[in-house]
Design a protein around this ligand. Structure first.
Ligand code: NAP
Length: 337
């Protein structure tokens, strides 16, 4: 069975990609930042055709050279990239790992892994989005759009802008690498908006929740009880669909050379609160009632999206928001506060 290199195997999305790959019988080599994370992943998959390699610093020159020398690699899934707002220096802690990390993976594969046919890169709606259009109900976002923010905008912030810039330039780095170096592999990029869903990775406590699921922790810990916060962006996707999109983008020949805007559609925090309230009556003292204000769509309506390419080429039957929200809360309730 083919062998896949998966970067960042300890992550929220990557853990689901790993599960699908192992279920389908792929042999997987995954990278993590520490021995502790390596042990957690190995313990979760006893007997699997899996090896875990420690790559401590994504941004270090040649970071992936050794792992790329693994004999027999056929595909790469590059998911590792910072998605949090805990950094103090945008260049060294966010932009460099995202952009140099992508270049470093691609360069290592082109140099040391001649058998690799395709690299799937986890990009983001952040690479598509235009902040000026976020309140424009007549704008339709699709794979044709590129975030117009500059690298300097990324250095200046605010933090969400810096993160979006990190994703834009990381994805551009992948397309530029293929155009300029003409390696023996092609690339497909997956561009999800906010990703919600149950956890497949190890978490010691809810305090360590990944960024995109943090709203669910706030919800079940009572932080929306008197006011539901605004949703921010209004597009989302379930992590199981994102993981399937990664694997299908790797396997389907027609996916090569394409970006995929993998969104299930709209969500509002109010819809999330309602679905969770209906499914978990025992959480009533923590959850907002229907008359609590906030969390609605903007009165003028929201921007549009076109997810038709991802739906057709990757064959995703998008999980609806209510069941994703319920599955997310079920999963979070297994984890110590
Ligand atoms: P996550 O759980 O925080 O996973 C991020 C992964 O990247 C982890 O494996 C993390 O390692 C690794 N990583 C972060 N910074 C690193 C660094 N400096 N050096 C080495 N490894 C580093 O978040 P996620 O949501 O699964 O994100 C995975 C990918 O999806 C990212 O590329 C992110 O930009 C993209 N994405 C996420 C969403 C979303 O809503 N979740 C939406 C669009 C795109 P540790 O476990 O050691 O921290």
């Amino acid at each position: 069975m083919p062998k896949v290199l998966l970067t960042g195997g300890s992550g929220f999305i990557a853990a689901h990609v790993l599960e699908i790959l192992l279920q389908k019988g792929y042999e997987v080599v995954t990278t993590v930042r520490s021995e502790a994370k390596a042990s957690q992943i190995t313990a979760k998959h006893p007997g699997a055709k899996l090896s875990v390699v420690v790559v401590p610093d994504l941004a270090a020159p040649g970071a992936f050279d050794e792992v790329a020398k693994t004999p027999g690699l056929d595909y790469v899934q590059h998911t590792a990239s910072p998605f949090h707002f805990r950094w103090t220096d945008a260049r060294t802690e966010l932009l460099d790992p995202a952009i140099n990390g992508t270049n470093s993976v691609l360069k290592a594969i082109a140099t040391y892994a001649p058998g690799v046919k395709r690299v799937v890169v986890t990009s983001s709606f952040a690479a598509i989005i235009s902040e000026a259009e976020l309140s424009n109900p007549s704008k339709t976002f699709s794979e044709a759009d590129w975030n117009p923010s500059t690298y300097e905008d990324g250095l200046r912030g605010p933090p969400p802008t810096s993160y979006r810039v990190s994703k834009k330039y990381a994805e551009k780095a992948a397309w530029d690498f293929v155009a300029e170096q003409k390696p023996g592999f092609d690339v497909a990029t997956i561009c999800p908006p906010l990703v919600f869903g149950p956890l497949a990775h190890h978490l010691d406590s809810l305090a360590d929740i990944n960024t995109s699921n943090s709203r669910f922790v706030d919800l079940i810990q009572g932080k929306w009880k008197s006011e539901i916060p605004p949703g921010g962006v209004f597009l989302w996707v379930d992590v199981r669909d994102v993981a399937l999109a990664h694997v299908n983008a790797m396997e389907r020949p027609e996916a090569g050379g394409q970006r995929f805007f993998t969104t299930a559609g709209y969500y509002s925090n109010r819809e999330i609160a309602r679905a969770v309230r209906e499914a978990f009556p025992d959480l009533a003292d923590k959850l907002p009632t229907e008359d609590v204000p906030g969390g609605d769509y903007p009165p003028e309506g929201t921007y549009k999206y076109d997810n038709s390419r991802a739906t057709k080429v990757l064959g995703i039957d998008w999980i609806p928001i209510a069941s994703s929200a319920v599955d997310t809360v079920k999963s979070l309730r297994q984890i110590p506060a």
